[in-house]
Design a protein around this ligand. Structure first.
Ligand code: HEM
Length: 479
């Protein structure tokens, strides 16, 4: 186990080592790495094989998409729990226009504005927008539990109906609908189906997300040859394909979120800019994150089988009985439920990639070496390897539901899903997800609702572009 020492240290005893790896020939090097990453090796093997080859968790490589989308795909990868934290040190790294990595989607996707997630901490607007979001979330606090419980209750009713119709139930589709409705109601105060969006919100956002993020994935269709599939990494997909859908989404938020937009204007943010920021927050940050997290959570809880389900149900039911209701203090007492959620966030962080640019020459330390990074170089972290670092976590590839119970809580500082340590707090001065606590709350509530209703469940798990696809095959009702 390691101590909680920083990634950088002036009194380091580790000797400086040249960063291994190279970028290959211009143009051909990035394309070779892209083929290895998507087709020849796959993400995990791409990184693991290079860690082995260079005997180092810090090395140079190209990251997709490369030509012709990114002008400079060269990065320094940091792939262990220690070096990864350089990405959180905003005094040393810049986070400007780097949310999606080595390319930036067209600003048309965001109404022509650089929305908060693309701003660096040294930009004045970052602090203004982030503070606005943090106060919106703090003021919405009382709505979280009732809104979520209503949404979750509908979600499980729908799953039951689909199973009763003799099929397996599509968890992803129902979870997406719930996540969209929850965030839209939180931001605007109204149900999205009562606006002109009707029930088209989630599919509109799916297309908007896919057009922006296509260069980072594959079509996933087996019979398409690699060189055809690779076209999506070569040219940007145009905004006009979703222009009218985005307009509808924007208008639905603009017309309904009047009081929140008034607040934004009082903080000095232009009404239109605030609205495009709220669309991004609800659609990309929130919906995009939940779209990946909730199926992953159910996948891992499903993998624990009946014995884990029995333990979770016993804890949840006894605490709710004791407290009389599902309250914030009741949720705090559910130690196994809390730990199981953190473990899902550790083993499968929903946003696996983080990027930053060195503000100055700096030294980054892995467990066994120190490396000099030059000002302006791009640093890249693949989080699933950092949070499965065998020097920090025992049996890192195993889902251990009670890993963070009791003394295990000390390990929470090595859980990074929110773009910072789980023990840190989001602020206007950092780039940590402002909804860190809300996301953990949603996940706990999902398990609470699940195990208040059912003793156990079974699921078939597959893979979709952004993560797990889950079909619920049975739900055993509580007697
Ligand atoms: C499962 C759900 C979520 C996950 C996994 C998630 C994850 C993240 C991550 C990893 C980042 C940092 C991205 C980077 O700079 O590399 C981030 C930033 C952000 N998230 Fe979340 N998030 C989720 C839900 C939400 C929700 C519900 C909201 C709003 C209500 C939200 C608002 C934001 C905002 C505004 C930022 C940008 C912060 C900044 O620029 O300082 N997120 N989120």
């Amino acid at each position: 186990m390691v101590s909680s020492s920083n990634h950088t240290s002036s009194s380091s005893e580790l000797s400086l080592r040249e960063i291994p790896g190279d970028y290959g020939l211009p143009f051909f090097g990035p394309i070779k790495d892209r083929y290895d990453y998507f087709y020849n090796q796959g993400k995990d093997d791409f990184f693991k094989s290079r860690i082995k080859k260079y005997n180092s968790t810090v090395f140079r490589t190209n990251m997709p998409p490369g030509p012709f989308i990114s002008s400079n795909p060269q990065v320094i990868a940091v792939l262990d729990s220690k070096s990864f934290t350089v990405l959180f040190d905003n005094s040393k790294v810049e986070k400007k226009d780097i949310l999606d990595g080595t390319y930036m989607p067209s600003l048309s996707f965001f109404g022509g504005y650089r929305v908060c997630a693309f701003l660096d901490t040294e930009e004045h607007d970052h602090r203004v927008l982030k503070s606005f979001f943090l106060s919106f979330l703090a003021n919405s606090h009382k709505k979280f539990v009732p809104y979520l419980r209503t949404g979750l209750s509908e979600l499980f009713d729908n799953l039951e109906k689909e199973i009763a119709d003799g099929k397996s139930a599509d968890f992803n589709k129902n979870s997406d609908n719930m996540a969209f409705e929850f965030m839209f109601r939180l931001v605007t105060g109204v149900d999205p189906t009562e606006t002109k969006l009707k029930s088209k919100g989630p599919s509109t956002v799916d297309t908007w997300l896919a057009l922006q993020l296509a260069p980072l994935g594959t079509s996933g269709i087996k019979f398409i040859p690699n060189f055809i599939d690779d076209i999506i990494h070569t040219f940007r997909l145009p905004f006009f394909l979703i222009k009218s859908g985005y307009k509808k989404l924007y208008k639905a938020v603009y017309d309904s979120a009047t009081s929140l937009l008034d607040e934004a204007e009082k903080s000095g943010i232009k009404r239109e800019e605030a609205c495009h920021n709220l669309v991004f927050l609800a659609a990309f940050n929130a919906f995009g994150g939940m779209k990946v997290l909730f199926p992953s959570l159910i996948k891992w809880i499903g993998s624990g089988g009946e014995s884990l389900h029995r333990r979770l149900a016993a804890e949840i039911r006894s605490v709710v009985k004791e407290e009389g209701d599902v309250t914030f203090s009741a949720l705090e007492k559910m130690t196994l439920t809390k730990s199981a959620v953190y473990e899902a966030l550790r083993i499968d962080p929903p946003v696996p990639f983080q990027y930053a640019t060195a503000r100055e020459d700096l030294v980054v330390e892995s467990h066994d070496g120190a490396f000099q990074i030059k000002k302006g170089e791009t640093i890249f972290g693949y989080q699933p390897l950092a949070t499965k670092d065998p020097k920090v976590f025992q049996n890192p590839e195993e889902f251990v539901a009670d890993r963070f119970v009791g003394d295990g809580e000390k390990l929470l500082q090595y859980v990074y899903w929110s773009n910072a340590r789980e023990t840190d707090s989001p602020s206007g001065d950092n780039k940590q997800c402002p909804a860190k606590d809300l996301v953990v709350l949603c996940s706990r509530l999902m398990l609470v609702e699940l195990f208040l209703r059912y003793d156990t469940f079974t699921a078939d798990v597959g893979q979709v572009a952004l993560g797990a696809s889950v079909k619920i095959t049975s739900l055993s009702k509580t007697a």
